[in-house]
Design a protein around this ligand. Structure first.
Ligand code: IMP
Ligand code: MG
Length: 176
């Protein structure tokens, strides 16, 4: 595609096999209380679509957009809500659907914020977690893959809004 698209970190077939497993597990765990899936835009847009279809329950979906990075590749620790949810969270079982956890600051902020709105439970399903970098204690209920500390692109993940439509997860080659 271009010189910035590096080696495959998670191939497409492994992505889809793992998402099927996550969906099956969520289907069992939430059998008596179908969750509200809260996708974190924009990075989780493909994961949300595939995960939702892998869950055999009458889930609802909603989306939030937050900004923690701007266009740089390192977190600032400042999280801003760019688009808020439509749903009322009172007594809902919320499952946050995240693309990738790096410092964990974005997720920590979201978990606090959604719990404060009266949700009965707030859990997380993260497709990717970077090893060893979480600065905040995180309770990650569902994790797709643990990956090394690389900047990755594809399957929703971007650099300056590019590469989101790559089918698999690749290493990003270059400074961003
Ligand atoms: P955190 O707050 O440091 O955990 O940052 C999480 C957010 O940063 C993710 O939801 C992504 O939007 C973005 N991010 C972190 N690492 C990467 C990466 O390797 N590629 C693309 N986006 C990333
Ligand atoms: Mg991003």
């Amino acid at each position: 595609m271009d010189a910035h698209v590096g080696e495959v970190v998670v191939p497409v077939d492994e992505l889809h096999a793992r998402i099927a497993e996550l969906g099956a597990q969520i289907t069992v765990d939430y059998a008596d209380r179908p969750p509200l899936l809260v996708g974190v835009l924009k990075g989780a847009f493909l994961f949300m679509g595939d995960l939702a279809r892998a869950i055999g329950l009458p889930v609802e979906v909603d989306f939030m957009a937050v900004s923690s990075y701007g266009s740089a590749t390192r977190t600032s620790g400042v999280v801003r809500i760019l688009k808020d949810l439509d749903a009322d969270l009172t007594d809902r079982d919320v499952l946050i659907v995240e693309d990738i956890i790096d410092s964990g600051l974005t997720l920590a902020y979201l978990t606090r914020t959604l719990a404060a709105r009266g949700a009965r439970s707030v859990e997380t399903c993260a497709l990717l977690v970077k090893e060893g970098l979480q600065r905040t204690e995180l309770d990650l209920r569902y994790v797709g893959f643990r990956i090394p500390d690389l900047f990755v692109i594809g399957y929703g993940l971007d650099v300056d809004e590019r590469y989101r439509n790559l089918p698999g997860i690749h290493r990003y080659e270059g400074s961003a």
